[in-house]
Design a protein around this ligand. Structure first.
Ligand code: FES
Length: 96
């Protein structure tokens, strides 16, 4: 079943279910910090307001309460998330 991602102060979309949250956000041209993409560095943290995710790999990085690592999780339900610094679109989104 498809789930919806709602970005606070942003928009909602339905990602392909095989994508990680980070991949899904990238496909929507949302700017998200990342480095390792494997659960080591913790730089891809977003705030989970509502919903549930499943980790595709055991994250090594410390995950503060209320945060999730976008690079290594997939949706288990509809999600409401907040992106640190707000929902910004990648600049190349605006090129024609
Ligand atoms: S990008 Fe490093 S933990 Fe997600």
């Amino acid at each position: 079943m498809a789930h919806i991602v709602k970005i606070l102060e942003g928009f909602s979309f339905i990602p392909r279910k095989e994508l990680t949250l980070l991949e899904a956000l990238e496909q929507e041209n949302v700017e998200v910090d990342y480095q390792c993409r494997e659960g080591f560095c913790g730089s891809c943290q977003v705030t989970l307001i509502d919903g549930e995710v499943a980790y595709t790999t055991d994250p090594i990085a410390f995950i503060p309460e209320g945060k999730i690592l976008a690079c290594c999780c997939q949706l288990k339900s509809d999600l409401t998330i907040e992106i640190p610094g707000g929902c910004k679109m990648k600049k190349n989104e605006f090129k024609s």
